[in-house]
Design a protein around this ligand. Structure first.
Ligand SMILES: Nc1ncnc2c1ncn2[C@@H]1O[C@H](COP(=O)(O)OP(=O)(O)OP(=O)(O)O)[C@@H](O)[C@H]1O
Length: 540
């Protein structure tokens, strides 16, 4: 049982709208779960909290951790913001504005015809909201909807519109949800921020949680300015801060803190567990160096299993490359066709594949997450039988079996892109790995974006080269060294470092792969030269 610190307890006890900023490993997930448990105590079974995480993986993790402490999450919603917009607002209330179709297919914007894309592009402009006088702006969206099509990227804008102008939607949301928690608020978009503020005006307790220094999604118009606005603005959000990192060795905290604030005060102590290594060669040589040192590192740091060791990279290419060079058993997390789709149907299929390959997943999770409200006991029985088949059936019948479950769930379609994705999982070992349970003998390899929210005893941080981290820009006519979004690159470096509990190695090499695909001489990342880092690392 964790003994909460004073700053954690203050955040837990505060009963109203708040913004909780927190450094890595400071227990924000722990605090959020405790607050959700308190909120749920007074609620009826048809009520719940909205718990929004940035990725499906993070939301699964939050739900899993919550279920350990909270017996019954009642009618709470755990998921990504897009899923919330679609499931709770668009699917329930769009028919108040346009003719309800027999079935609805969710597509991506780039699947629209080029002329439709041109006509509808303005709906995606950053900062655009639909005012009462521009209601016609959604005419084409309504027509598509009544023909059974909805564009995923429009879910935030349309949700804000529905929530603002539909009293029925407002009544439904207010009756069902008593509080909303949004994690990783530093990666919020404009509309998500507007909806969050609107919900708080409806009397729903609103809690934003984040860390501006862990903002790494600016390329997708996600921006820490909204978190900062809540924290510093003149508004009804009470600011709280968690400042103690409970995860990382203090020397890792010191190094990471100095990256962001070169003048910050250090935690006292002589023990240093941040290392830098420059390996002659490239990933082949780095891999054999990691292979040869692994057992001694495990012994020195009392690390029982390889899966407590992570290799983090900037790019997916590096994930596959280093994985293929290593001799030690490893698990490389690569993007697959299904995970790139990001639609509701692909999400159910992904969960069904997790269920097929990993006994830690249950049929009940799928029923809880995807079956419609009001499903009868008899329908649940049939659904459970069909889901069980997905685990038992042979590869040849898998697609038919998944189609069977989707049909029973309603609202979801199995299209040729999904069939391609399922075939990729069946045929490519590296892709199937994404679905198998973690084997404790496997070193974990992933890009830094995927490592967010995770923790490992030991981290090898790769790709620390000039041109790679930080990236560079080459404006015409300029030979100056110009970094491309330096702060985002620095945040990425910070996130990678703070995944390590006991020990982190910052790895470079004398060569890297250039843009033409050949090995070229490499220079170390400029981040090594930042002020304030002297004496905070050892060389290997
Ligand atoms: N008061 C505490 N005392 C000891 N350990 C704690 C305390 N609070 C949290 N922890 C531990 O610190 C680790 C990090 O906590 P948690 O995952 O909640 O942090 P976080 O802020 O969500 O992390 P991040 O944002 O970096 O992913 C966990 O192993 C958790 O059990």
């Amino acid at each position: 049982m964790i003994q909460f610190t004073e700053e954690q307890q203050n955040a837990i006890d505060f009963p109203s709208n708040m913004v909780l900023t927190a450094c890595p490993g400071s227990g924000k997930t722990t605090v959020v779960i405790e607050k959700i448990a308190i909120d749920l105590r007074g609620m009826k079974n048809f009520q719940g909290v909205i718990a929004i995480s940035h990725t499906n993986k993070a939301s699964d993790e939050l739900l899993k951790r919550s279920k350990k402490f909270i017996v019954d999450v009642k009618s709470s919603f755990f998921g990504t913001i897009d899923k919330f917009f679609l499931r709770e607002i668009v699917l329930n209330f769009m028919s108040h504005f346009a003719c309800r179709p027999k079935s609805l297919k969710i597509i991506k914007f780039n699947e629209l015809l080029p002329e439709q894309q041109t006509r509808m592009l303005f709906l995606l402009s950053d900062g655009y909201v639909i005012l009462k006088e521009d209601v016609n702006a959604l005419n084409e969206v309504y027509t598509l909807y009544s023909h059974g099509v909805f564009v995923l990227e429009l879910a935030p804008l349309v949700s804000l519109f529905i929530l603002t102008y539909s009293p029925a939607c407002q009544r439904y949301i207010k009756a069902k949800y008593k509080s909303i928690y949004i994690d990783e608020y530093q990666d919020s978009g404009f509309i998500q921020h507007e909806i969050f503020k609107l919900l708080s005006m409806f009397g729903i307790k609103a809690v934003a949680v984040g860390d501006a220094d862990q903002s790494i999604h600016e390329y997708a118009k996600k921006n820490s300015k909204y978190l900062i606005e809540l924290k510093n603005g003149d508004n009804e959000f009470e600011p709280f801060e968690l400042t103690i990192n409970h995860r990382c060795h203090y020397s890792i905290v010191n190094y990471a803190s100095r990256l962001i604030r070169p003048e910050c005060t250090l935690i006292a102590g002589d023990d240093i567990q941040v290392y830098r290594a420059c390996i002659p060669g490239y990933f082949e040589e780095i891999a054999s160096w990691i292979d040869s040192g692994l057992e001694s590192i495990k012994n020195s740091f009392k690390i029982k299993h390889n899966n407590q060791i992570a290799i983090l990279t900037v790019s997916n290419k590096s994930v596959s490359y280093i994985s293929s060079c290593l001799k030690v058993q490893n698990r490389a997390y690569v993007d697959d066709k299904l995970s790139k789709l990001g639609t509701d149907s692909s999400r159910v299929i992904i969960d069904l594949l997790h269920y097929r390959y990993n006994n830690n997943h249950t049929a009940q999770d799928i029923i809880d997450n995807y079956s419609e409200a009001g499903i009868t006991k008899q329908q649940i029985k049939v659904l459970r039988r069909e889901i069980n088949l997905v685990r038992k059936i042979d590869d040849n019948s898998l697609i038919a079996s998944i189609r069977g479950v989707l049909t029973l769930l309603g609202d979801y379609n199995l299209e040729s892109i999904h069939v391609d994705g399922i075939n990729e999982v069946l045929q490519v070992d590296a892709v199937r790995n994404n679905y198998l349970p973690i084997n404790q003998n496997e070193v974990q390899i992933m890009n830094i974006h995927k490592s967010k929210g995770l923790e490992f005893d030991c981290v090898y941080h790769l790709d620390l080269y000039d041109h790679i981290l930080p990236k560079r820009e080459y404006p015409v006519g300029s030979r100056d060294v110009i970094y491309k979004n330096e702060k985002q690159c620095l945040n990425l470096h910070y996130v990678a470092l703070t995944r390590a509990k006991k020990f982190v190695v910052l790895v470079t090499s004398t060569e890297r792969i250039g843009s033409k695909g050949y090995r070229i001489p490499a220079l170390p990342s400029q981040f090594f030269n930042r002020a304030g880092l002297e004496n905070l690392f050892k060389k290997l």
